[in-house]
Design a protein around this ligand. Sequence first.
Ligand code: KIV
Length: 250
Amino acid sequence: MTVNKVRSVKVRSSELGNRKIVMLTAYDFPFARILDEAGVDIVLVGDSLGNVALGYKNTLPVTMEEMIVHTRAVARGVKRALIVADMPFGSYQESDEKAVANAIKLVKAGAEAVKIEGAGYISAIKKIIKAGIPVMGHVGFTPQSVNLLGYRMQGRGMGDGVRILREAKLLEKSGCFAVVLELLPEQLSLKITKALKIPTIGIGAGKKVDGQVLVTNDLLGLYENPPSFVKAKANLRQVALQAIKSFISE
Ligand code: KIV
């Protein structure tokens, strides 16, 4: 999978054949192998790594070093899908030069594109793209701003919706190849999707988007408290518990 194929999803003769983009998270080699074999388009080494795999309260403590180790592990497992790695909190805010240097580190670890939250660091985004690294945008609820936003649906008020639409357009204009819409009302996601030429990939943002992304652990029922918008397709936590209990009793 390539950035150009992802971008083509909105074109009539899309190489994805009119279907939606599928993006799922992975943080290690075995799950990267499974996602790639199953046929997902984009494997996201999300900074959800923090809460999902490292036991942090949220994504804020995640470091570049942690992202690099997990991006390397994922890259070893993926043969076909596009690998996107999150720029963690603190890796792009200090200076554009530091942002470019950190994006390059993620590419050296195996990422083919990086994702940056919000539209507050447009000059850093442009410089990363200038360095030859594709950037995926992310608007709506941006987990790195949880202390400011609270964990809740964004874009409910008129003004808020207009602002988020403006941010998505700005990210497109800056050269992002796709944009994640997180925790938005479906009507706003639809409006943004119609307004953009680049694909939108939603999470808790309704069905009227160009693709969907989920945290794999939520989809597989590995997490005790998944968000309410997730329809888990398995209960791997239960399967693992049963298997381990059965081993103990044997
Ligand atoms: O870190 C992550 O997993 C993400 C997705 C929720 C989009 O950013």
